[in-house]
Design a binder for this molecule. Structure first.
Ligand code: SF4
Length: 259
């Protein structure tokens, strides 16, 4: 299924307020008929509000415009994000006074308010969707774009896939690429050779298990498939396999479908 995409270019050809990005957002809100679609709806604006000193998120000026449009259309907006990002988000300008609607921790302040959905996928048996999000009758997926080591880019998809789940489920999703075995220690009983394998990775993607010196783990984010480790490891000892790299994306697709 394809969707119509509206693009507001950051390029400003004239020194004119109509050429600014906030003005272009107004045009996009009109083109989407947002006001006509939210009457009497309980509207969740799913936004990432950043964390600590992270500031590469959507500026409150833009958020306020979306909030106002929803109110103009007779909807009841609120903003939701993961619990520990909402705690302290006022330091980055995300307050009800600035934005025009409340900012809620999506699963409550202790991450205990959620709905459970069963869907078996590798290490995941059930998925916990934040309660405030599932209770909403309408959602605006207001996502910024960022580079992301496990997915290439994070954007609208990631804002839903990870941002709508409670911390426990997000942790399980991040573990999913370790589910299919890739290290076979019986194929490499030599401790010196195991060290050579770990040292062969120029990106620090191979590490020893903290408790078991015979176990090797891959950090999939920095691994770039250069295969240098394969020149050192005995045959069949270490698999660099697409199935491990794709698992996180597949988990994100499932959580988006559930949400
Ligand atoms: S394939 Fe990955 S783990 Fe192996 S050496 Fe290259 S970056 Fe490191």
């Amino acid at each position: 299924m394809t969707s119509k995409v509206y693009w507001g270019s950051p390029r400003q050809a004239l020194l004119d307020g109509k050429e600014t990005l906030p003005a272009k957002l107004d045009l996009i809100i009109d083109a989407l008929h947002l006001r006509d679609r939210v009457n009497k709806e309980n509207v969740c604006i799913k936004l990432h509000v950043g964390n600590d000193i992270g500031y590469s998120v959507i500026h409150p000026v833009f958020v306020r415009k979306v909030v106002q449009a929803i109110k103009d259309g007779g909807g009841k907006p609120f903003i939701a994000d993961v619990s520990w990002d909402v705690a302290g988000c006022e330091q980055r300008g995300y307050t009800a006074e600035v934005l025009g609607c409340p900012v809620y921790p999506a699963a409550g302040p202790r991450d205990h308010y959620y709905y459970t959905h069963d869907w078996e996928y590798k290490n995941l048996k059930s998925w916990k969707v934040a309660g405030m999000i599932e209770d909403a009758s309408f959602m605006v997926n207001f996502a910024h774009i960022k580079g992301h080591p496990a997915t290439g880019f994070g954007g609208a998809f990631k804002n839903i896939a990870l941002g709508c789940m409670v911390g426990e489920t997000r942790g399980q999703m991040h573990d999913v690429n370790h589910f299919d075995r890739y290290w076979f220690k019986d194929r490499c009983p030599d401790a010196e050779l195991r060290k050579k394998i770990v040292d062969s990775c120029p990106f620090g993607a191979l590490v020893f298990d903290k408790n078991d010196p015979e176990e090797i783990h891959i950090h999939f984010d920095p691994c770039n498939n250069c295969m240098r480790c394969q020149q050192v490891a005995p045959e069949g000892a270490l698999k660099i396999d697409a199935v491990n790299f794709q698992a996180f994306q597949e988990a994100c697709a499932i959580s988006t479908a559930i949400t």
